[in-house]
Design a protein around this ligand. Structure first.
Ligand code: PLP
Length: 461
C-alpha cells in the first residue's frame, strides 16, 4: 500500500487518478476512461509532465501563477512561517502577524475607502462572503427585501452553491440545483456576438440600459447587489465596452445597489496593476473580491475587501444592536498563506513585474491580433496578459454553432503536441501566461498557437 502511494510511474498514477479523483468539471461517464495529464514539476513559465514532456504554461496554472513557478523566496517564506506559527484559529479575535499585515497591505492598495478585509480560502469563498455581506448589510439597515443578486451571462464567480448559481456560462448549467430565485442574469456584454449592424456605441448603451431595466423590473427595494468581473475571464475574456463599468456603477449608486467587483482574475498584475477596478476601469466599487494571484497560486487564499462606508453604516449609531457577522472559515487568514501573499506582493512590486506587464501586455495583444488572418479565427480579444482567440467553424451567428463547440479542445491538443498548454472552452482558446513572460516567450506562444490553429483548420477540411 505504502509503496503504491509513492509510485512515480506516470501510467500507474494516471490509473489511480482515474479510479479515485473526481476532478472539477468531470463527465462521470468518461472520468474512469480518459487519461489525465500527470504533471510532475514546474519552473519559471514551464511545466513538465511525469513523462518528462515540457510545456509553456499558457494559462499560468489557471490565471494565477503570476510570478512563475519555483520562486525560492516564496518557498522559503512558506517554510519559515510554518516553522514559526503554522496555524491558529482566526475565531475569537485571535490575530496573527502576516494576516494583519496582509489586510493592511490590501487596504493600502485597494481603491477609495475599501479598508476592511475578510479572508477566505478561494475565490468562491471570497465572492460568497461578499454576497452574504450584502444581505447582512441590508438586513442590518432593516431592508430585508433587498436580497436579489444581478450578474451577467458569460460570468464565472465560483463553485459553492451560491456562486455556482451566479455562473452565466450556459453550458455549465447541469443537473445541479441552483438558487434561481435569488440570481438574475443580464445579457452578455460580448460585443463580438452583438447583432449585425449594431454600432459599438449602441451596444454599450443597450448593455447599460439592461442593468437599469432589470433593477426597475425587480424593484430597487428588492435588489442587493450587482456582481461583475471587470473583464469576464472564464466566459471568454470579454472586455466590456468603453465606460460600461463606470456607468453601471452610477446606476448602482442611483438605486442603492451594492457594486461588487470580482477581481479574482484581474487583480495582482494581470492587467499591470494590483487592482484593476480603479486603475484600469476608473471605478471604486463597494466591495472587491480577489484570490488566485494573491498568492500566485502557491497556496489557497481569497479575500473580500469592504468599503468603510458600508461598515460604518451598519456599526454606527443607527445600527441594529448587535451586527454580528457570522461569516468566516477555519482557515481565514491562514498565517502561511498570508505570509506567502505578502511576499508575493513584494515580488510583484519590487521586481517591477507590474511595469513589465504594462509593456508585455500590449505586445501580447498585438501579436495575437495577427492571427486574424486565419479563416478559423473569428475574434481575438483581451487586455494585459489575458486573451482569448475565438474560433468560428461555421458562419458567425448570435450563438456559436454546434460544430464550434469542441474546436478549442482540438487546438489545445495540437498545442500540447507542440509544447504549449492553453485553456480550451467550447470555441474559445484562452491564454493567461505567468506575468514574467518575456516578448521572446510571447513570440513562441503565438507561433505555437498559429501552428495549432492551422492544424485544426486542416483537420476540419
Ligand atoms: N471569480 C472569478 C472571476 C473566477 O475566475 C473564479 C475562478 O476561476 C472564481 C471567482 C472562483 O475562484 P475559486 O476557483 O478559487 O473558488
Amino acid at each position: 500500500m505504502f509503496a503504491k502511494h509513492h509510485s512515480l510511474d506516470p501510467v500507474e498514477i494516471a490509473q489511480v487518478d482515474k479510479r479515485h479523483v473526481l476532478h472539477p468539471w468531470s463527465d462521470l461517464k468518461t472520468m474512469h476512461t480518459e487519461d489525465p495529464l500527470v504533471l510532475a514539476e514546474a519552473k519559471g513559465i514551464h511545466i513538465s509532465d511525469a513523462e518528462g514532456n515540457r510545456y509553456i504554461d499558457g494559462i499560468g496554472g489557471m490565471w494565477c501563477v503570476q510570478v512563475g513557478y519555483g520562486r525560492e523566496e516564496l518557498i522559503v517564506t512558506m517554510a519559515e512561517q510554518a516553522r514559526r506559527l503554522c496555524y491558529y484559529t482566526p475565531f475569537g479575535a485571535m490575530a496573527n502577524v502576516p494576516a494583519a499585515q496582509l489586510a493592511q497591505a490590501l487596504a493600502e492598495r485597494a481603491p477609495g475607502d475599501l479598508n476592511t478585509v475578510s479572508f477566505a480560502t478561494s475565490g468562491s469563498g471570497a465572492v460568497d462572503s461578499a454576497i452574504r455581506f450584502a444581505h447582512f448589510y441590508f438586513n442590518c439597515l432593516d431592508q430585508p427585501s433587498k436580497r436579489q443578486v444581478i450578474v451577467r451571462m458569460d460570468s464565472y464567480h465560483g463553485s459553492t452553491y451560491l456562486t455556482a448559481s451566479m455562473n452565466g456560462k450556459r453550458r455549465d448549467w447541469s443537473q445541479f440545483n441552483y438558487a434561481r430565485e435569488l440570481v438574475h442574469f443580464l445579457p452578455s456584454v460580448n460585443a463580438f456576438r452583438r447583432p449585425k449592424g449594431q454600432s459599438l456605441e449602441d451596444f454599450a448603451n443597450e448593455k447599460v440600459a439592461d442593468l437599469e431595466a432589470m433593477i426597475l423590473e425587480l424593484g430597487p427595494e428588492n435588489v442587493a447587489c450587482f456582481v461583475a468581473e471587470p473583464i469576464q475571464a472564464s466566459g471568454g475574456v470579454i472586455v466590456p465596452p468603453e465606460m460600461y463599468l463606470p456607468r453601471c456603477l452610477e446606476i448602482c449608486r442611483k438605486y442603492d445597489v451594492l457594486y461588487i467587483s470580482d477581481e479574482v482574475v484581474t487583480a495582482f498584475g494581470r492587467l499591470g496593476h494590483i487592482f484593476a477596478s480603479k486603475d484600469v476601469f476608473g471605478i471604486t466599487p463597494d466591495i472587491i473580491t480577489c484570490a488566485k494571484g494573491l498568492t500566485s497560486g502557491y497556496i489557497p487564499m481569497g479575500a473580500t475587501i469592504y468599503s468603510d462606508r458600508l461598515i460604518k453604516a451598519i456599526s454606527g449609531e443607527n445600527a441594529v444592536d448587535h451586527p454580528y457577522f457570522t461569516n468566516g472559515f477555519t482557515y481565514s487568514g491562514h498565517p502561511v498563506a498570508a505570509a506567502v501573499a505578502l511576499k508575493n506582493l513584494e515580488i510583484l512590486e519590487g521586481d517591477g513585474i507590474l511595469e513589465q506587464v504594462r509593456d508585455t501586455g500590449p505586445y501580447f495583444q498585438a501579436e495575437l491580433q495577427k492571427l486574424r488572418d486565419l479563416p478559423i479565427v473569428g475574434d481575438v480579444r483581451g487586455m494585459g496578459l489575458m486573451a482569448c482567440v475565438e474560433c468560428v467553424v461555421r458562419k458567425i451567428g448570435a450563438e456559436p454553432g454546434e460544430a464550434d463547440m469542441a474546436v478549442a479542445a482540438r487546438v489545445d491538443a495540437h498545442a500540447q503536441e507542440r509544447g504549449l498548454i492553453l485553456r480550451p472552452f467550447e470555441s474559445l482558446c484562452i491564454l493567461s501566461p505567468p506575468l514574467i513572460v518575456t516578448t521572446k516567450d510571447i513570440d513562441r506562444i503565438v507561433s505555437i498557437l498559429r501552428d495549432s490553429l492551422i492544424a485544426t483548420q486542416n483537420d476540419l477540411i
